[in-house]
Design a protein around this ligand. Sequence first.
Ligand SMILES: Nc1ncnc2c1ncn2[C@@H]1O[C@H](COP(=O)(O)OP(=O)(O)OP(=O)(O)O)[C@@H](O)[C@H]1O
Ligand SMILES: CCCC(=O)O
Length: 354
Amino acid sequence: MLIFVINPGSTSTKIAAFQNEQVLWKEVIDHPDQDICSFAKIADQYRYRMEAIITVLKEKAYQLEQFHAIVGRGGLLKPMPGGTYLVDEYLVNESHNAPGGEHASNLGAVIAYHLAQSVNIPSYIVDPVAVDEMEPVARLSGHPELPRISLSHALNMKAVARKVARDLGKSYEDMNFLIAHLGGGISVTPHRRGQMIDVNNANHEGPFSPERCGTLPSAQLIKLCYAGKYTEKEMLTKVLKEGGLYAYLRTKDAREAEKRMTEGDAQARLVLEAMCYQVAKEIGAMSTVLAGQVDRIVLTGGLAHSQFITEEITRRVSFIAPVTLVPGEEEMEALALGALRVLKKEETAKIYRV
Ligand SMILES: Nc1ncnc2c1ncn2[C@@H]1O[C@H](COP(=O)(O)OP(=O)(O)OP(=O)(O)O)[C@@H](O)[C@H]1O
Ligand SMILES: CCCC(=O)O
């Protein structure tokens, strides 16, 4: 089976061709700031990104007709269980209208669907950002007007969970994991026998990350919002794009922060230690969701490449369960494998309706 994979990110679109489980090629199409900033909404980038993808396909001498399916990263749809979903017009319209908010991944389904329609093959999304498998007790925030929302790096976390389980000779559905995706944003999730039963919303809650604030003191936040200093858009940028590491150190790059730390910058050390402290604290909190029945803690995402960061977290949480490192992310493989499970009839594609 030949599968075409499309993963739109905030500054790039990653594409790849897979022959069954094997990657044939991967390409990162970078989108310069001045291009991206010229669009008012993510949905407006559709034609721009589509044309860039078609250009690369032509350069690689691939025809859409050669593929058996196209799979895109799924975005901020309404809450939905994990799995592989067939993309249809309903799902495309929802992705276009972005009910859960603006995110580049909203374009994954739209682009995959239109490319696939043009050559009459199916298109899918897999474990989108909006995967919601939270238990009822996890949904209460403390105020009924502000229910907790599940937004996370579900795609990579579920792929990593399957891989770690496989390496242990088990299936994902047999295991209890605590998985922390440590990227530009951070998700910490208890996975109970294949279900992500809670998660810090990676945009709104939990540890601060290279670019996001995570949980903030709520009354202080309200006062700042009403202080007349910032517009709503500025506040959202502060919390989602210019928070965390960036707010303290003016860099989102943990490698740069670590370099400064090793050169003696005490503030860089404090901020990195605080980020690890918050991640460890969240892992500790989530271990109670599994009542301490944890087979493995898994650290994944870009920050899991760092020895300093993984050791700082591990020394605080290894009393809970052994810690496994899976640095980086495997989103392209996860998308291809999700589509493949359906094409091989190991799984039935779900239909998204809410
Ligand atoms: N070898 C490394 N050592 C330390 N930090 C690293 C290393 N490689 C990447 N990072 C850091 O990881 C962070 C980005 O992680 P990642 O690439 O997983 O994020 P992303 O894909 O941009 O965002 P997200 O994972 O939230 O979708 C950055 O702060 C980057 O500096
Ligand atoms: C909101 C979680 C997903 C991401 O940060 O890309």
